[in-house]
Design a protein around this ligand. Structure first.
Ligand code: BTN
Length: 268
């Protein structure tokens, strides 16, 4: 990442809803934690503020997992606080996935697929993960921090070799898929512009439009999966995702269960 492309990113996003303020930090614990401290400090404007790091040493993934974040990746958090309601909030993970998938396609020609709840895959391997951290005030949503981690300009072997890596799903990177490096700020800019577009739809409650787009590119359902729901791990037949983003599965006894949070892995 060089300072010219950072200034260009800042210049091009001036006045936009997302990225009007962009913090870039070379080495950081986690962009999610940094976002939290900015919220605590009460910086203004908060909504649409973006934090990008070139390297994270305590990157966080979903379900309290570690997210390995070497230099060359796009590690970014976006703070949102407007137009959020408990009904709209879960949809943010799907519209964020769409924003990333469409940006990768536009920039590189690579087709992405989506895996519930918020993984982005290329050729069946994970290239990006999304982490939503929601803060409530009473029963109202106060802020949502959207964390986006894209394995970009480094080989996947860097992650596989890391001593903290636990193999849960196969991983790929843009470098491995393309054999060249992409502009991380260029990619960030595309994602932020698309987020703005999809947030516009969300504010108009066009949730079905968002979910239909996500479903059109999701990994196929109607297959045996392994679900981790809290402490519980079970096998089930996946039926699909409804317009609230809830996964429906059929248990071996024939009953249908709804899974709102958790993790899904395909059985091979
Ligand atoms: C997942 O488990 O798939 C979600 C991974 C999210 C990683 C991103 S990288 C930027 C932001 N900062 C973090 O510490 N985590 C998220």
């Amino acid at each position: 990442m060089n300072s010219d492309s950072l200034s260009l990113l800042r210049q091009e996003l001036k006045g936009h809803e997302f990225g009007n303020k962009v913090y870039f930090i070379n080495k950081i614990g986690s962009t999610q934690d940094h976002s939290r401290s900015l919220i605590k400090k009460g910086i203004k404007p908060l909504h649409g503020t973006v934090i990008i790091a070139s390297k994270q040493h305590c990157g966080r993934g979903r379900l309290s997992r570690r997210w390995i974040s070497p230099s060359g990746g796009l590690w970014m958090s976006i703070i949102t606080e407007r137009g959020l309601t408990p009904k709209r909030t879960p949809i943010i993970q799907f519209l964020s996935a769409l924003s990333v998938g469409e940006s990768i396609l536009e920039m590189t020609g690579l087709q992405c697929t989506y895996k519930w709840p918020n993984d982005i895959l290329v050729h069946g391997k994970k290239i990006c993960g999304i982490l939503l951290e929601v803060d409530f005030q009473g029963d109202k949503v106060k802020t949502v921090i959207i964390g986006i981690g894209i394995n970009a300009n480094f080989p996947a072997s860097k992650i596989y070799r890391s001593k903290n890596f636990a193999l849960r799903s196969e991983i790929t990177t843009l470098r491995d898929e393309l054999d060249y490096d992409v502009s991380l700020f260029g990619l960030a800019k595309l994602i932020l512009e698309k987020l703005e577009h999809y947030f516009g739809l969300l504010k108009k409650d066009e949730i079905k439009v968002i979910m239909d787009l996500w479903k059109a590119k999701s990994e196929p359902f109607d297959r045996m999966v392994s679900i981790k729901d809290g402490e519980e791990i079970f096998q089930a037949h996946s039926l699909g995702v409804n317009d609230e983003g809830i996964l429906k599965v059929e248990l071996p006894n024939g009953s249908v269960k709804e899974v709102m949070f958790g993790d899904m892995n395909f059985n091979v």
